[in-house]
Design a protein around this ligand. Structure first.
Ligand SMILES: Cc1cc2nc3c(=O)[nH]c(=O)nc-3n(C[C@H](O)[C@H](O)[C@H](O)COP(=O)(O)O)c2cc1C
Length: 211
């Protein structure tokens, strides 16, 4: 999959580039245990796309920073404020929202799910979502304890984000050895990649049929 557009430094700015470019993917991690897989998720996507990453403060307890590929810039709430000092400076969450073709929040925590459903925007991740252009896809892959997943708030919040046009990649339920409890775990990073790629291929096929 390739996309037209994207300026090339050094070219005449009036010349419109028709060179294909890679899709721009914004990956985001919340403070679910599954954030330990975030480095692998970034690696999967960076073979195919230009990737930038966002991590919530809590997710940094789980994300292995050494596993983030060198060509992926990871942004946190601190960057939002260190990159802004006066009126007229660019605002990071708006720049990232503009830059990205697609946003993928994996893992999505119960907390951030609730904040998105309620329109709250008190960190970099939720500020990007609150400003999002829903002409562009967003995917979320929740991961939480099964008790939390089955709580009635989750159903309400999932209905709300579905109405917004956010695509849910549902968790998989894993049984513990006891057979009683379980965890609603995030799907594997490779599955997230294939879900997003087939979504885009279907979208491209349906828009070329309409043309
Ligand atoms: C050890 C530990 C594991 C946690 N695992 C999860 C989890 O898998 N899913 C989840 O939704 N919350 C989990 N939490 C709770 C979140 O970290 C907490 O709600 C946090 O506020 C989420 O912040 P964020 O949404 O800004 O990333 C866990 C907390 C702890 C202490």
């Amino acid at each position: 999959m390739s996309y037209a557009g994207g300026g090339v430094p050094g070219r005449d700015p009036m010349q419109v580039s028709t060179a294909p470019r890679k899709p721009r993917i914004l990956l985001a991690a919340c403070g679910s245990v599954a954030a330990i897989k975030f480095g692998r998720l970034c690696s999967c996507f960076s073979d195919w796309a230009d990737v930038k990453a966002v991590a919530t403060r809590t997710s940094l307890n789980f994300v292995d920073l050494a596993s983030i590929p060198n060509n992926v810039m990871l942004y946190t709430d601190q960057h939002e404020w260190s990159s802004w000092s006066k009126i007229g400076d660019s605002v990071l969450h708006i720049e990232l929202r503009r830059w990205a073709d697609i946003m993928i929040i994996a893992p999505l925590s119960a907390n951030t799910l609730a904040k998105i459903a309620g329109g709250l925007c008190d960190n970099l991740l939720t500020s990007i979502v609150r400003a999002w252009d829903y002409e562009k896809p967003i995917f979320v892959a929740p991961s939480m304890n099964t008790f939390t997943w089955k709580n009635s708030f989750t159903e309400k919040h999932c209905e709300t984000i579905d109405e917004l046009g956010i695509n849910l990649i549902p968790p998989v339920t894993t049984r513990l050895a006891s057979g009683v409890d379980g965890t609603s775990a995030m799907v594997e990073p490779s599955f997230i990649l294939s879900t997003v790629r087939s979504f885009l291929e279907r979208k491209k096929a349906s828009s070329s049929r309409r043309a």
